[in-house]
Design a protein around this ligand. Structure first.
Ligand SMILES: [Zn+2]
Length: 282
């Protein structure tokens, strides 16, 4: 079982890069150093301090929108995901699926929009050092199991990309790396979004994220080799129908980032890499 490993510094870099690439507005819960870095970078930032159910999804006697609605059309970032109550995390399932949240009150039901890009981070264990090359983990196996079980299988099933990030050494942070600058990545992302927009022009449902059913299958028609790979993987990983569709959707996006018209076996293969970690634990 593998889970994302993100150290404090690496985490902040991830959020800053995301803000630079995706858009300049990220709603996040971050530590003090993270806030300082984002402020230093001149990024707009709203801190989601409330972590109760009402603060996250909305609520109150006179229902008010929560953080997920305030992040509508933007990014919602949640640090240390297992630190949130499992009950609070479970209420994210409906908005992640439908792009809106319904709050039932005795007299009526209120509906708020909540189509946000969900990004979350967690440690590999409560102390954060499991798998670290130098420091030893202090946690017992039951503690690790309990920590990881706070994320339910169905919630993980709704995440498109599950990525393990290795700890970043201080030397690496100071090194003049040959990394691709965020501006170049942003240009590639914008080009991929334009490809998606060119395929369909129906309101705000033009992103691959909104692809479903027959349209999803039409736009991600696979050749024989890619179909064979997906079938084999679906059986080996026991993919649910939802996971299967997510693999297709992510493969379509990888092809768009690649500038490719059709989805090939390499795109399906890459898409599967982002799933297999999560599904093996579901
Ligand atoms: Zn530990």
């Amino acid at each position: 079982m593998q889970l994302p490993v993100v150290t404090g510094v690496a985490l902040t870099v991830v959020v800053a890069a995301l803000a630079a690439v995706r858009n300049r507005f990220v709603r996040a819960r971050l530590g003090f150093s993270g806030v300082l870095l984002l402020v230093a970078l001149g990024l707009e930032l709203a801190l989601a301090r409330g972590i109760g159910e009402a603060a996250l999804v909305g609520g109150g006697t006179l229902p008010r929108p929560g953080e997920i609605s305030l992040a509508h059309n933007g990014v919602l970032f949640m640090d240390e995901l297992p630190e949130f109550e499992r009950r609070v995390l479970e209420v994210l399932r409906q908005p992640l699926e439908e792009g809106l949240v319904r709050i039932a009150r005795a007299a009526r039901t209120v509906q708020f929009p909540a189509r946000f890009q969900f990004v979350a981070a967690m440690n590999p264990c409560p102390c954060g050092f499991l798998g670290h090359p130098v420091r030893a983990c202090q946690c017992t196996p039951p503690q690790v199991a309990r920590y990881r079980s706070r994320l339910s299988g169905p919630l993980r099933d709704r995440l498109d990309l599950d990525v393990e990030v290795a700890a970043v050494s201080i030397e690496a942070l100071h090194a003049d790396g040959a990394e691709e600058p965020s501006a170049a990545i942003r240009a590639r992302v914008l080009a991929a979004r334009e490809r998606q927009a060119a395929r369909r022009r129906d309101g705000d449902a033009w992103l691959n994220a909104a692809l479903e059913g027959s349209r999803l299958r039409r736009e991600t028609r696979l050749d024989l080799e890619a179909t064979r790979l997906l079938k084999r993987a679906a059986a080996a990983l026991a993919l649910s129908a939802r996971s299967h569709d997510r693999v297709l959707r992510v493969a379509r996006t990888i092809a768009d980032l690649d500038g490719a018209e059709s989805v090939g076996v390499q795109h399906v293969g890459e898409s599967l890499q982002f799933r297999s970690q999560g599904t093996s634990t579901a």
